[in-house]
Design a protein around this ligand. Structure first.
Ligand SMILES: [Zn+2]
Length: 246
């Protein structure tokens, strides 16, 4: 029975990943993501339901558009699999940590928003403002009203740590002169209020460690120069996951 649950959660993750991809693309292109059918990135032909089955369509079509035969972005199936993996992982986390049921919608909604930010920053070097604000407001209200681990007793330390992290980002943005953007600063508020103290501090710490290692590897491999632009948002979201695991 447990196995069936994992299949169900994984399948939901695949479908959600497919949808979040569409959202991240259309947010950037300022299009309506509720109505309007998906189109090929190259020939702009409207895709049928058969072309949109997560991962499977990509494999069956050999990674090419059915109509113009141009290569489809490998990022689509990869992000669908990653979303599915995140969903399965969250489900596992809730089971082994015996978290209350109220955490399930909290994690699923927040991580759906995180994945949109991840994809937008990775693909377009842009942290979508509306998503980050929604996430910050959602996290604060949900923790205050439903979970209850944000209350008057810890309000000061929560706000102080969030402001501290924000100030830290502000300094880095100032000192790096464009190396890091305001989007990362806004994302830090969402992350901080989603995780709460002290996990928020750890998440940012892990983001810098993992991002730093990644940048060094790219430099050694000669893939990116010193001045290359590497989006930092994805590392911050990986930091959130790592801080939840540890
Ligand atoms: Zn096409």
């Amino acid at each position: 029975m447990e196995f069936l649950n994992y299949i169900l959660v994984g399948g939901t993750g695949l479908l959600t990943g497919s949808f979040l991809n569409v959202v991240s693309d259309r947010l950037f292109h300022k299009k309506d993501f509720v109505t309007g059918r998906s189109k090929c990135d190259h020939c702009h032909k409207t895709l049928s339901a058969w072309d949109l089955i997560p991962v499977l369509s990509f494999i069956l079509l050999g990674g090419k558009c059915r109509y113009c035969h141009k290569k489809l972005d490998i990022l689509y199936p990869i992000s669908e699999i990653l979303t599915s993996a995140v969903f399965i992982f969250l489900y596992y986390l809730i089971l082994i940590k015996n978290l209350e049921v109220s955490f399930i919608p909290y994690y699923l909604i927040a991580f759906s928003l995180f994945i949109i930010v991840f994809l937008s920053d990775y693909k377009y070097y842009e942290v979508p403002f509306g998503i980050v604000v929604s996430g910050t407001v959602f996290s604060t209200l949900y923790r205050y009203l439903v979970i209850g681990n944000l209350n008057y007793d810890n309000l000061f330390i929560e706000l102080a740590s969030t402001l501290g992290i924000g100030l830290f980002f502000f300094l880095i943005i100032y000192l790096s002169k464009g190396g890091m953007g305001g989007g990362d600063l806004k994302l830090s508020f969402f992350i901080s209020l989603f995780l709460g103290f002290p996990k928020n501090v750890f998440a940012i710490y892990y983001a810098f460690v993992i991002g730093g290692i990644f940048a060094i590897i790219l430099l050694i491999l000669g893939k990116k120069g010193y001045k290359a632009k590497i989006p930092f948002g994805p590392f911050m979201i990986i930091g959130v996951l790592v801080s939840l695991i540890l």
